[in-house]
Design a protein around this ligand. Structure first.
Ligand code: MG
Length: 388
């Protein structure tokens, strides 16, 4: 098997709203296609993926460095001997040739898109959904009922007063979601407490509501807000401080009963080791939200998971950021604690597909080969650009 072409296109997100820090109006992602010389039904078998959501398209890094390195590699050296298919780790190593350690940043997302497209290609070669391919590769029994999900919403937009928020959350409950997350930190503490109380009036139970500050606060402000929120008994407090402020996380964890959640802006195994060693994360309570699509792909994600488990944390504490099909497959395959969902935001890559089934707060990915991204009608025109 040979990789014969790799294509990328930036895809704009439909996202006219903001969290406490970022307006998503100009955001995009890199959609990539890894085309092989295998043909099925008259078309080349092609792996498709993207670099999750939130770190922009990485067209330049892909075009100038990573794609040319893979295409220039010895074709046999990037295959795994057993299946003859491209090996995600070897493809990543070829792409990273000449790159220094550390300072992971945007290249971690660029590499992730390529690595995940190789997983999609491998699943399509085996003619099975990616959750089966991934579970087998990591020796896991997949969650047959799918992944527990929560609806991420409650952004700050033009109509984001408390009554609009309550209406939005009622819509998620009507769609089958049992838990939701809303943004905080985009207004005053009093304003956000009013939003939280409006949300709780809809949800009834505080453990169905998580809140996300998107790293808006310095450590002192985070403690003030954390203490004000702790009495509610919420599901979790997310990214209350800078992702790399391990001391700040440790102080929060030591002072609060509510679970804290972080990790979506950690892009390497070593960053997660630092969080585990110095961030005070509590086994069985706090949540880790690293995202394979932002952090070099599934191989690096699995290494992060191993580091957490080696320190007494459980994979049920792993709830990846990014409400899209790729992470739904990964959570289902690896038996993780849950998956973010974007029922109304970040189209065309956010959200699941019509083939996915929601039942009692869980979503089961479909059975189409690969990640099933071709089953998302709104994404199809973009896939046709990279896989004509
Ligand atoms: Mg978040």
């Amino acid at each position: 098997m040979r990789i014969v072409a790799i294509r990328e296109t930036p895809v704009p997100l439909q996202a006219a709203f903001a969290n406490a820090v970022v307006s998503f109006a100009g955001h995009d992602v890199s959609l990539v296609a890894v085309e092989s010389d295998v043909r099925r039904q008259g078309r080349p078998l092609t792996g498709i993926a993207f670099n999750s959501i939130g770190r922009f398209a990485q067209s330049g890094l892909l075009r100038d460095r990573f794609i040319p390195r893979i295409l220039a590699a010895d074709p046999d050296a990037i295959l795994d001997a057993e299946s003859g298919a491209p090996d995600p780790l070897r493809v990543r190593q070829a792409a990273m040739s000449g790159e220094k350690p550390g300072g992971h940043g945007d290249r971690a997302a660029a590499i992730a898109a390529l690595e995940l497209a190789v997983w999609d290609l491998r699943a399509k070669l085996a003619d099975e959904p990616a959750w089966q391919t991934i579970a087998r590769a990591f020796g896991r029994e997949p969650q047959q009922a799918g992944a527990p999900v929560y609806a991420a919403g409650g952004y700050y937009g033009a109509d984001a007063d408390a009554s609009a928020l309550a209406e939005e959350l009622r819509g998620y409950l009507d769609s089958g979601y049992r838990a939701v997350k809303v943004k905080i930190g985009g207004t005053s503490l009093a304003g956000d407490l009013a939003r939280i109380e409006a949300a709780l009036a809809v949800l009834d139970c505080p453990t169905r509501l998580a809140v996300d500050a998107n790293a808006r606060f310095d450590a002192g402000t985070a403690e003030t807000w954390g203490l004000a929120l702790d009495g509610y008994g919420l599901r979790w407090l997310e990214e209350m401080v800078d992702p790399l402020d391990y001391r700040g996380h440790a102080r929060l964890a030591a002072g609060l009963q509510t679970p804290i959640a972080t990790g979506e802006n950690l892009f390497s195994r070593q960053d997660v080791v630092n969080l585990l060693e110095f961030g005070g994360m509590r086994a069985g309570r706090d949540l880790f939200q690293m995202d394979a699509g932002l952090s070099y792909g599934l191989g690096e994600y699995a290494a992060m998971l191993s580091e957490a488990e080696a320190r007494g944390h459980d994979r049920s504490q792993m709830v990846p950021h990014g409400g899209h099909l790729i992470n739904l497959h990964i959570v289902t395959a690896l038996g993780l604690g849950g998956c973010e969902a974007y029922p109304r935001v970040f189209a065309p890559v956010g959200g699941f597909s019509p083939q996915c089934r929601m039942d009692d707060g869980r979503v089961r990915p479909g059975d189409a080969p690969g990640f099933g991204l071709e089953g998302k009608p709104e994404l199809r025109p973009w896939i046709e650009r990279v896989a004509p």
